[in-house]
Unconditional design. Structure first.
Length: 118
């Protein structure tokens, strides 16, 4: 099966629909908009590490269903991220993934509870 077919199989799966709904229920506001003090409902779930970077179907599933690899986003932010990713190139994915991971780490570092060592 091609990578495109594998990706579609994941997005059509019951497991993806459950994980997607759980993420939107947990984080109903766009995480990017919130960083800019805007309150916009999330309608999309984005993979921080794109599932297209996987080398096989099993790895693609792991990236797709890993809750910590997901962001709740509004349509506009999701679209903007994918435009910036240049979703067709592996190099674009690698660069954008690194940027997303750095942003995620910075956001979570800033939000840890006071007095926490974690």
């Amino acid at each position: 099966m091609s990578q495109k077919q594998d990706k579609q199989r994941i997005y059509n799966s019951k497991e993806w629909k459950l994980v997607r709904n759980a993420k939107l229920n947990k984080d109903p506001l766009c995480e990017e908009c919130k960083r800019r003090d805007k309150w916009v409902s999330a309608t999309c779930v984005h993979h921080i590490i794109p599932i297209e970077t996987a080398t096989d179907y099993r790895q693609m599933q792991e990236l797709a269903f890993r809750f910590t690899n997901l962001m709740s986003l509004c349509y506009q932010c999701h679209s903007d991220i994918h435009k910036a990713l240049n979703s067709r190139s592996r190099e674009g994915h690698a660069k954008a993934t690194q940027t997303a991971l750095e942003r995620w780490a910075e956001t979570h570092k800033a939000s840890k509870p006071k007095g926490s060592d974690v």
